[in-house]
Write a protein of this length. Structure first.
Ligand code: G6Q
Length: 550
């Protein structure tokens, strides 16, 4: 089966949709006190409650049938088995090998990749240990106090999200910074606080050709050379992570400072590889290992649990349910843990770059909606901003809420208030507020019937808005690893259901070449006529208005 819409299960799900669409979750909960027990699962410390969804057993059965019709179990084995499931780039998809514990080999093109994965990880850990132990010295024999990761997209978002999420595991006299924007404001505002003698740069670029990263690397190099003087000392301040070793050597990075990644690791799935070097330096090798272990545990769960008890499979199928049957266009990620503040941005790339596709695995236009718009924000901040639309807007926006049972210091005043918000929001989104309830409240507030009549429509909340809640004990490295891997597998499952390749990114590649042509014209500085009228107009306006020096 290659077209999900033509599968028998799709047709029966249509009927299930028509049956369930008029039902309200409020009534489903009232009629069925066992709903939470049946529609929640646990993995390690993580509780996954999906009972506040517009589902019942027949719907879930239909969704599992769809997964089987699309041969999810076969695709899952093809991925873990190293087949070239990224068919447009002829590559295996094996980020799972980067966090694999145990002795079994992982074969790619007839070779076990595990020895190389482990030796590269050992090199990364050694460098991190040397920096953290103040054994790695800069050109003037001072220890490193600041590490700057220069990278973008997959070479930035994962490590940055992880370092922020695991901030309680970092050490105070070693700061890790991230620069991704080619806009000079980003690197200059970072460097003005640093000293070249105590700074180490990581050029993180799988291809080692990405313009944004290379322009930032040039600026970093100049900044270093201006102070430490000699090229030969650069090795003490610049390392690289790339699959293009020769380009890094040609750029002047010492060979022993180059950490390898492989073409079977996609950029947005690479935080487990040497691309995570900044994370390892920030939190230390042992905590990084815990993060890998958490992810590996999620891998085993995904590979072995029956579909009916498989968290990423259920996450994915619920997404398909709203995306393809309810017509939902977006999905919100709402962490209530401040340290997860980059998690929505990270997932935005992971999901939208993977499943933002309109052509299926057979090269044909898809016949159904694929990946949703992913957006999100720290839940508390969102409550004072865009939750209005979630509660009373015209769009259905399913959401994931994430919260920790306990925090590091766990100041009761803060944590209890925080938790009361998470719990109240998912309840309110599900229950809503009926006209009758609103009427009672307004009466109790002393309003006249006339005032109530004019205000009542605005005070009604439709409810029936679906949420998943992830509640974990605390945001430690293992839990973070598990959470991220669950989302990675959710994305994979949805790609299988929609019969698309989640692992290429031709849209991103386009951006990388487009700018080059215009940069040539900008450098030449002559008026252009070869584009459409708008682009010609904008280029020429810019050329005519820029100061002489820029
Ligand atoms: C990720 C994408 C993209 C990529 C960046 C950086 O899956 O391919 O986000 O990570 O464009 O690429 P480099 O690491 O090659 O610089």
């Amino acid at each position: 089966m290659t077209k999900p819409t033509r599968s028998p299960s799709w047709k029966s799900l249509q009927k299930e949709y028509e049956r369930i669409q008029p039902l309200h979750m409020r009534d489903m909960f009232a009629a069925d006190p066992g709903r939470f027990d049946r529609f929640s699962l646990k993995l390690n410390d993580i509780l996954f409650d999906y009972s506040k969804n517009r589902i019942d057993e027949p719907v879930m059965r239909g969704l599992f049938d769809l997964a089987r019709d699309m041969d999810l179990e076969g695709w899952r084995e093809r991925m873990f088995g190293g087949e070239h499931i990224n068919h447009t780039e002829h590559r295996a998809v094996l980020h799972t090998a980067l966090r694999k514990f145990g002795d079994e080999p992982v074969m790619v093109n007839g070779m076990d990749v595990m020895p190389e994965v482990r030796s590269e990880l050992a090199r990364v850990k050694k460098l991190a240990d040397d920096i953290r132990g103040r054994r790695w010295r800069g050109a003037t024999n001072q220890p490193i106090t600041d590490v700057v990761n220069l990278g973008i997209g997959g070479s930035h978002l994962g490590p940055q999200m992880a370092v922020e999420a695991l901030r309680p595991y970092t050490i105070h006299d070693l700061k890790v910074h991230f620069v991704n924007n080619i806009d000079e404001n980003h690197i200059t505002s970072t460097l003005e606080r640093l000293s070249p003698e105590t700074t180490l740069f990581i050029i993180a670029s799988k291809s080692f050709t990405t313009q944004d990263t290379m322009v930032n690397a040039d600026t970093a190099r100049e900044w270093l050379l201006a102070r430490i003087g000699s090229e030969s000392q650069l090795a003490k301040h610049m390392v690289a992570v790339t699959s293009n070793t020769e380009a890094a050597v040609a750029y002047g990075v010492a060979r022993e400072n180059i950490f390898k990644m492989w073409d079977w690791v996609g950029g947005r799935y690479s935080m487990w590889s040497a691309i995570g070097l900044a994370t390892v330096i920030a939190i230390g090798p042992e905590h990084f290992e815990d993060m890998l272990r958490g992810a590996w545990e999620a891998d085993q769960h995904f590979r072995e649990a029956p579909l009916e008890q498989n968290i990423p499979v259920i996450m994915a199928l619920l997404g398909v349910w709203y995306n393809n049957f309810f017509g939902a266009e977006a999905h919100a990620i709402l962490p209530y843990d401040q340290n997860l503040h980059r998690f929505p941005a990270y997932l935005q790339q992971a999901d939208m770059e993977s499943n933002g596709k309109g052509v299926d695995r057979d090269g044909k236009p898809v016949e159904c909606q694929t990946g949703p718009v992913i957006f999100g924000e720290i839940g508390i901040a969102g409550q004072h901003a865009f939750y209005q639309l979630l509660h009373q807007g015209t769009k259905l926006v399913p959401a994931d809420m994430l919260a920790a049972v306990t925090n590091y210091q766990c100041i009761a005043r803060h944590h209890r208030a925080l938790m009361s918000n998470v719990l109240a929001q998912s309840e309110a989104l599900m229950m809503g507020k009926t006209a009758e309830q609103a009427h009672q409240e307004l009466t109790a507030a002393g309003m006249s019937e006339d005032e109530i009549a004019s205000l009542l429509p605005y005070k009604v909340f439709p409810g029936n808005r679906p949420t998943n809640t992830f509640m974990f004990f605390t945001l430690d490295p293992r839990t973070l690893g598990t959470l991220v891997a669950l989302y990675e597998h959710k994305i994979f499952v949805q790609g299988v259901i929609w019969n698309i390749n989640s692992f290429d990114q031709w849209g991103v590649e386009l951006g990388k070449v487009l700018a080059k042509n215009i940069l040539g014209e900008i450098n030449e500085g002559k008026p252009v006529a070869g584009h459409d009228a708008s682009t010609n107009g904008l280029v020429n306006y810019y050329l005519g208005s820029r100061p002489r020096s820029s």
